[in-house]
Design a protein around this ligand. Structure first.
Ligand code: EPU
Length: 416
C-alpha cells in the first residue's frame, strides 16, 4: 500500500492539465451494455474506479482494452447479467449496470451495495424508479434480482435529486415502450454528458440540463464514441492546492462553466480567478472566511466539501460548512485536527476557526475526497506529512502527486 510523503510550504506555480471525468466515464461505460458493438471512449482517466468498471464489464462478457487514456469496449458477446459482491463492495457505481442490464436482458442480478465511508447510502430511489417502469425487484442473499418481461414508459418523480438514481433510471428508460417523464432529476454535468451520449447512441432524450427529462423509447440503440468531459472535481482540487500555498497556477483543459459556485467561493475568500473557454488561472491570497452549503448541482458540490475545509482551516476567521448531501462525510476532520486545524463538528455543520498554524503529522485517508483534503492541507503544513491509504485517492485522481510535483510541490509516493 502506497504512502505520500509531503514536505509542505512550497508555493505551486505553473500550468497543469485536468484529466477526463471519473463520474462521467463510469455511467457511460455502463451504458455500453445497452447496444451490441464497438465503442471508443477518449480522455478516460487512468484511475482505479475506471479499471474496476472495466473489470465488471469483462465479467459481463465485454472485451475491454485500456491504453493511453483510450478505452475500447466491445459488447458483442455480453450475455451474463450478474454484478458480483466482490466488485460492488469496492465501488458503489457498479450499481450503474442494473438499469442497462435490465433494459437489455430483462433481468439483472446485482449485489446490494452496503454502507460506506460517507454514511448511509440507500438505493431506494433506483429501485422505486425501476419498479415504476414495470420491473419486479426482489432482494435475496444480499443481491438485487430485477426482472421485467417488458418495461413501459411512465412518469417518475424523484423524491430527492440523486445522481445515481437519475443515471440508472435514465439508462433503463431509453429502450422502453412509450414515453417516460423523469421529474426532479439531478442536473450535474455528468448526467448531461450521459444523456448526450445516449442520444448519440440513438436514444431520444429531451430536456437535457433541466430537472425534467422526457424519453421517447426506441427499439434499438447503436454503439457510439465519445470524449469524456473534464473532471470538475479534479479541477477544483488543483485550484485549492494552489490556493492553500498562495500559489499561481493555470489549470488547462477544464470546463470553467461547470465550476460556477466553486469559483465564486474562491473569489469570496479573496483569490483572483481568470477564466477562458477551457482554462482557469488562480492567484492571490486568502482574506475572508466564508460559508458554504453543499447541495445538488448547480449548488456547491459535496465532493469539494473536504478539500475546501482544508483550505478554510488556514484562512483567518470563522468559516462554516453545512453538508446537506451525505450524512457523515466528515471522517477527515480528525486527521486535519492532527495537523493543528481547529474544526468543530455539530450534526451536519462544521465550524472552522481558521488561521491556526498547520504542522506536518502522520495521517490516514478514508475516502477519495478526504484523501484529497489531506494532501491539500499537507501542502500548507510546516515540515513532513505522511499520508497512508492513498489508494483511496487513486480511485478518483490520476497520479495527483505527479501533477502537484510538476507545479513545484515536494510530494513523493513510496511503497509502504
Ligand atoms: N439517496 C437516497 N436514495 C437513493 C439514492 C440516493 O436517499 O436511492 C440519497 C443519498 O443518500 C444522498 C443523496 O441522495 O444523501 C444524493 O446521493 P446521489 O445518489 O446523488 O449520490 P451518488 O449517485 O451515490 C454521486 C457521485 C458521488 C457524489 C454524489 C453527489 C458517482 C459515481 N458518484 O454519488 O461522487 O458525491 O453523486 O454529487 O458519480 C466521488 O466522486 O468521490 C463521489 C462520492
Amino acid at each position: 500500500m502506497d504512502k505520500f510523503i509531503v514536505l509542505g510550504e512550497k508555493k505551486l506555480k505553473g500550468i497543469i492539465s485536468v484529466s477526463g471525468s471519473k463520474n462521467a466515464g463510469l455511467p457511460i461505460m455502463a451504458a455500453s451494455l445497452l447496444a451490441d458493438g464497438h465503442y471508443i471512449l477518449k480522455n478516460v482517466p487512468d484511475i482505479i474506479d475506471i479499471r474496476t468498471m472495466a473489470k465488471l464489464l469483462r465479467i459481463l462478457g465485454a472485451k475491454v482494452e485500456f491504453e493511453n487514456h483510450e478505452l475500447k469496449i466491445n459488447t458483442e458477446n455480453c450475455s451474463y447479467y450478474e454484478a458480483p459482491y466482490d466488485l460492488v463492495k469496492t465501488m458503489r457505481a457498479s450499481i450503474y449496470v442494473l438499469g442497462p442490464l435490465l433494459a437489455r436482458f430483462g433481468k439483472a442480478k446485482v449485489s446490494f451495495p452496503g454502507g460506506c465511508a460517507l454514511g448511509a447510502r440507500p438505493i431506494n430511489l433506483h429501485l422505486q424508479g425501476l419498479q415504476k417502469l414495470g420491473a419486479n425487484i426482489e432482494i435475496e442473499h444480499g443481491y438485487i434480482y430485477a426482472t421485467a418481461k417488458k418495461l413501459n414508459g411512465t412518469e417518475v418523480i424523484f423524491e430527492k435529486k440523486s445522481v445515481g438514481a437519475t443515471t440508472n433510471i435514465l439508462m433503463a428508460s431509453v429502450l422502453v415502450d412509450g414515453i417516460t417523464i423523469l421529474r426532479n432529476v439531478a442536473c450535474e454535468p455528468e448526467i448531461n454528458s450521459l444523456a448526450n451520449f445516449l442520444n448519440k447512441m440513438g436514444a431520444k432524450i429531451e430536456g437535457i440540463g433541466t430537472d425534467c427529462l422526457t424519453i421517447s423509447g426506441v427499439k434499438n440503440l447503436h454503439p457510439a464514441d465519445v470524449t469524456l468531459i473534464p473532471d470538475r472535481i479534479e479541477t477544483g482540487t488543483l485550484l485549492l492546492a494552489a490556493a492553500i500555498t498562495k500559489g499561481n497556477i493555470n489549470v488547462k483543459n477544464c470546463c470553467p462553466m461547470d465550476l460556477g459556485i466553486v469559483l465564486e467561493k474562491l473569489k469570496e475568500i479573496g483569490f483572483s480567478i481568470e477564466t477562458e473557454n477551457d482554462s482557469i488561472k488562480i492567484s492571490g491570497k486568502a482574506k475572508n472566511p466564508i460559508e458554504i452549503s453543499t447541495n445538488p448541482y448547480p449548488a456547491f458540490p459535496t465532493d469539494l466539501q473536504a478539500p475546501f475545509a482544508a483550505l478554510l482551516s488556514t484562512v483567518k476567521g470563522i468559516s462554516i460548512i453545512d453538508e446537506n448531501i451525505f450524512s457523515d462525510r466528515f471522517m477527515y476532520i480528525s486527521e486535519l485536527q492532527r495537523l493543528g486545524a481547529d474544526i468543530k463538528l455539530d450534526k451536519n455543520r462544521i465550524v472552522i476557526h481558521g488561521g491556526t498554524k498547520l504542522t506536518g503529522a502522520p495521517l490516514m485517508a478514508s475516502d477519495i475526497r478526504a484523501a484529497a483534503a489531506l494532501v491539500i492541507a499537507a501542502l500548507a503544513s510546516e515540515g513532513k506529512t505522511e499520508i497512508s491509504r492513498v489508494y483511496h485517492l487513486d480511485r478518483g485522481y490520476e497520479r495527483l502527486e505527479s501533477k502537484l510535483a510538476q507545479l513545484g510541490a515536494d510530494i513523493e509516493r513510496i511503497e509502504d
